[in-house]
Design a protein around this ligand. Structure first.
Ligand code: SAM
Length: 206
């Protein structure tokens, strides 16, 4: 299926990323709200645009943090437009700040008029949600046209159990050859998007 570019593009165009700053774990396993990291806004927007996604929702329940995200987006948009790098400005156009994961999902549902399929992510598997490999997720979602796909990523030490338990599936964790598998969220997302929507030269017909 992945060899068919029209299917890849169609699914990507109904896929959204949520970056949760709450509810997430801190290093002691406590559920907390993290602060926004500048790079996460810009770099994830660029990944979302590169892989043709429908939207990117940074989520924070803290009004000042949401305002900070809006400010980052508007400053970059202005700088980018002035520099003539229009395509990078377009990447930031997919950003929509929300107060909660539920609010972001409700917004996606309203736009698509269909219940989104929500997939949580973690560096570990969990008994709280069925695990799905990227290739299976792709095939299953292509077979369910019209339904938006939502990938939820965490900050801090990862998503709280309540988010994983409330998701339809958990994406199979990314593993390297060794035991250490804690990627920064920007890197983790880029790898996930490439596994779901990436094309090699052969698929591109180069
Ligand atoms: N220990 C945390 C966990 O189990 O998710 C790592 C948190 S990491 C700094 C922040 C986010 O990046 C995670 O919530 C997840 O979305 C993503 N992430 C990091 N490493 C990952 C991996 N190996 N597999 C899947 N997702 C990963």
């Amino acid at each position: 299926l992945r060899a068919r570019p029209e299917l890849v593009a169609e699914l990507a165009a109904r896929t959204h990323v949520i970056l949760a700053h709450h509810p997430v774990h801190d290093r002691n396993g406590k559920v907390v709200t993290t602060s926004v990291t500048n790079f996460d806004i810009h770099d994830i927007a660029r990944s979302a645009a590169t892989y043709g996604l429908a939207g990117y929702y940074p989520v924070s329940p803290v009004r000042l943090q949401r305002e900070k995200i809006e400010r980052i987006v508007s400053v970059w948009k202005k700088e980018i437009t002035q520099a003539g790098a229009q395509n990078r400005g377009e990447a930031l156009g997919t950003v929509r700040v929300s107060a909660s994961i539920e609010e972001a999902v409700a917004h996606i549902e309203k736009r698509a008029k269909a219940r989104p399929w929500v997939v949580a992510t973690s560096a570990q598997t969990s008994a709280l949600a069925p695990c799905v490999a990227p290739v299976e997720l792709f095939a299953q979602r292509v077979a369910d046209p019209g339904r938006p796909l939502v990938l939820v990523l965490g900050t801090g030490w990862g998503l709280a159990e309540s988010v994983i338990a409330g998701a339809d599936q958990l994406l199979e964790p990314l593993y390297g050859p060794g035991e250490f598998n804690h990627l920064c969220v920007r890197s983790a997302l880029a790898i996930m998007l490439d596994r779901l929507f990436g094309r090699d030269s052969e698929a591109r017909g180069d």
